[in-house]
Design a protein around this ligand. Sequence first.
Ligand code: DC
Length: 202
Amino acid sequence: MSFTVAIDGPAAAGKGTISKAVAALFGFAHLDTGLLYRAVAAKVLAGADPVDAARTLDPIDLENDALRTPAVAQAASEVAVMPEVRLALEAFQRDFARRGAGAVLDGRDIGTVICPDAEVKLFVTASSACRAQRRFQELTSKGMEITFETVLADVKARDDRDRNRATAPLVPAGDAVMLDTSDLSIDAAVARAIEIIAAKRG
Ligand code: DC
């Protein structure tokens, strides 16, 4: 029987780290759905039509380090506003969610739109300053020259667009468990997520 864990939340709240750790521990497959929007955005930045790019997306397109840049992140948030782009990416995500051994999907609308029947729903948050600090450290450790203020402004702009779009906005599902990671270490946040999932698995 399939078992789906939906992990939603804003950028750099800790969804990715938690999702990877949980997937490894429970033996679940993991899909970072933000990568789908980033891959579409990268094609759009290279001149493609957004809807065509989403319809013809190949899983191989997700394996690209260039998808991790701030420019692609902003463009991803922009293409993610388009209902036809979202629709074109739905079936792939739903199929992934019902894989045999279980699956973890992280994103913005997994618990609300993609997998409203997910067995576990987590909504991971943290203050915008805290999230910007984490993203700033991640980018500068890769050698990128960027200021904290720029990263904070990017995070806020993306939050604003993701929360206020008409289709599938970033909002917690009514039955999601909230997990604020502002004052938690990575280990503590992962441990809390594992506790919540283990309790639902029985
Ligand atoms: O998780 P991320 O930062 O890689 O996501 C990049 C953008 O993609 C994000 O700002 C909004 C969009 N996105 C979305 O609309 N729905 C998802 N399920 C995942 C990402």
